[in-house]
Ligand binder design. Structure first.
Ligand SMILES: [Zn+2]
Length: 235
């Protein structure tokens, strides 16, 4: 579903928090603004249409739905501490398809939003960065702009661990904040590994194993062949 067909389901309240249409009173009493253009919003909670926020006294606001979903998603991840991640298979040249991770419920302790990351002469702005004691995982929220090949190339060059969460396919299933939480935290089929720094570690490990194996073969070839002494007079 394209976002221009989708009505605004989330808005920013006076505390700066994102709230769902289901949590606020009808009309201007919702006391919310658009996170994109900061205009006052009216909560439309009638009987006919799907409940949504509308801009007061004006029509559409390009990018409002995308911006609101991004902010709401970042809020969910920032306030949580676990995320369910899918297994990750990748192709390593010369070694075929390799499984890097099993499916996992990963616990994180720190969260940063909209962080600039610079490595190897490249830079990306990460939607959300989750960290535990030793690992760092970037979460990219895709609404209308999934990660393109150019950005994926940068991510691989920078050797960052990145998972993309697709919200676009699920826009019409979000009826409250809990639905959004389930999509972001529990569901797996909407999450895609773009790259993992563990892949580079695995490549190094596989190469090392290969070198060790080649060396042992070479040593075997150098070993002088001692002919088997068959017992004489064997009857
Ligand atoms: Zn707006």
């Amino acid at each position: 579903m394209a976002t221009n067909e989708v009505k605004l389901p989330f808005a920013q309240n006076p505390d700066g928090r994102m709230v769902h249409i289901s949590e606020v009173p009808n009309g201007l009493a919702c006391d919310c603004i658009c996170p994109k253009c900061q205009t006052s919003l009216v909560a439309k909670k009638g009987k006919k249409m799907q409940h949504h926020f509308a801009h007061e006294g004006r029509g559409s606001c390009k990018g409002a739905v995308e911006s609101a979903l991004h902010k709401a998603a970042k809020q969910v991840l920032a306030e949580g501490h676990v995320i369910h991640l899918p297994e990750y298979w990748c192709t390593i040249q010369g070694f075929g398809n390799q499984k890097l991770f099993n499916e996992i419920v990963w616990e994180y302790q720190k969260v940063a939003q909209e962080q600039q990351i610079k490595e190897c002469g490249e830079h990306v702005v990460a939607d959300v960065v989750l960290k535990d004691g030793k690992r760092k995982l970037i979460i990219e929220i895709a609404v209308t702009h999934p990660i393109d090949e150019e950005k994926a190339g940068k991510i691989r060059k920078m050797n960052l661990s990145v998972v993309e969460i697709d919200l676009k396919q699920h826009l019409d299933t979000i009826h409250n904040f809990d639905d959004l939480k389930k999509i972001l935290i529990d569901k797996l089929h909407n999450k895609t590994w773009i790259h993992s720094s563990k892949k580079e570690e695995l490549i190094l490990k596989k190469r090392q194993e290969l070198i060790t194996e080649l060396k042992s073969h070479r040593n075997l070839l150098k070993t002088p062949v001692i002919p088997n002494k068959s017992p004489k007079n064997k009857k």
